[in-house]
Design a protein around this ligand. Structure first.
Ligand SMILES: [Zn+2]
Length: 300
């Protein structure tokens, strides 16, 4: 039985393996004109056993409630994710709160390992169009200044266009920040798939994880052990592949997911960097919902 991976844009994927259907994040509905599968909506998902939510921002969690309510899927996520979904009416017996350190058997020889991660540095500067550009500074910004920046950023999105304003209001489920960021390894009989939906990590945790294929977020200022990377997004992505021992990287969060005025990232530079520094690791940008055979050709 072959494991397949479908990208729904932003950081949302569907993994089918061993007769199970998992969603990794659940953000499917888009602003008009944004990148993503045309016309796709969380309201149209009919089949799902588990939803893994990386963190509680709208562009990751919004849709999980509707998928869970329609399909009966169980949701694995932070205690904040679970709070939001319980408020949205998802029954408690479908909610599996985690904080990192857990292994959850899903049946059919598949399990999910949960690890703590970090969100990208929303308070720090970056340039997605030039992922090899060294970003410096923005260190030691205190807690209150970080929170103020995040609040300004989220409220500012709605001012970008009337469509985005409507979208932000519809998707606002009252998240308290990112709610605590998690990453996951889905262990299957065919191989180990790592999933993280924002570029931030604790290096001491990453070096203990191994995986064959990694879904890595390629947008924003990377967070290394609580501070903005003093370097480029490329450096961060290569370091994640090295920590995990990846043979294949699937990029996410680099598309124009928030509409035409939000350009998305330049992934060509990421491919070039990997070719120079980690040539044994393939870097892929999936087409939307193309049933990619995720472990194909790998010696796992
Ligand atoms: Zn986020």
């Amino acid at each position: 039985m072959t494991a397949t991976l479908d990208w729904y844009g932003c950081a949302t994927f569907r993994l089918k393996t061993q007769g199970l259907t998992l969603f990794l994040d659940a953000y499917i509905d888009r602003v008009p004109g944004a990148d993503g599968p045309p016309g796709a909506s969380a309201d149209d998902i009919e089949d799902c056993d588990y939803i893994l939510v990386g963190h509680s921002h709208f562009d990751h969690i919004w849709g999980a409630d509707r998928i869970a309510l329609r399909t009966g899927a169980k949701v694995i996520g932070s205690y904040e994710t679970v709070r939001i979904l319980a408020n949205a009416g998802v029954p408690e017996d479908q909610l599996l709160p985690v904080s990192g350190g857990e292994t959850i058997p899903l049946g059919s020889g598949v399990s999910v390992e949960v690890y703590p991660a970090l969100h990208s540095c929303l308070w720090a500067g970056y340039d997605d169009q030039n992922p090899s550009f060294d970003c410096l500074g923005d260190k030691h910004v205190d807690y209150f200044a970080r929170r103020a920046c995040e609040s300004d950023l989220l409220s500012g999105l709605g001012k970008l266009s009337a469509d985005i304003d409507v979208h932000m209001r519809r998707s606002d489920q009252g998240c308290r920040g990112d709610g605590g960021t998690l990453c996951y390894v889905i262990a299957t009989p065919e191989g180990r798939l790592f999933f993280k939906d924002t570029p931030g990590h604790w290096s001491g945790i990453m070096e203990k994880i191994d995986a064959d294929v990694g879904i890595l977020a390629a947008s924003g200022r990377a967070n290394v052990d609580g501070e903005p990377i003093q370097g480029a997004l490329n450096d961060f992505l290569v370091s994640e592949a090295e920590f995990l021992g990846l043979k294949r990287v699937v990029l996410c969060h680099h598309d124009a997911w928030l509409g035409p005025i939000f350009p998305g990232g330049n992934v060509a530079g990421i491919r070039e960097e990997f070719a120079m520094r980690r040539a044994g690791c393939e870097v892929l940008e999936l087409e939307y919902v193309d049933g990619f055979d995720v472990f194909s050709g790998l010696m796992v």
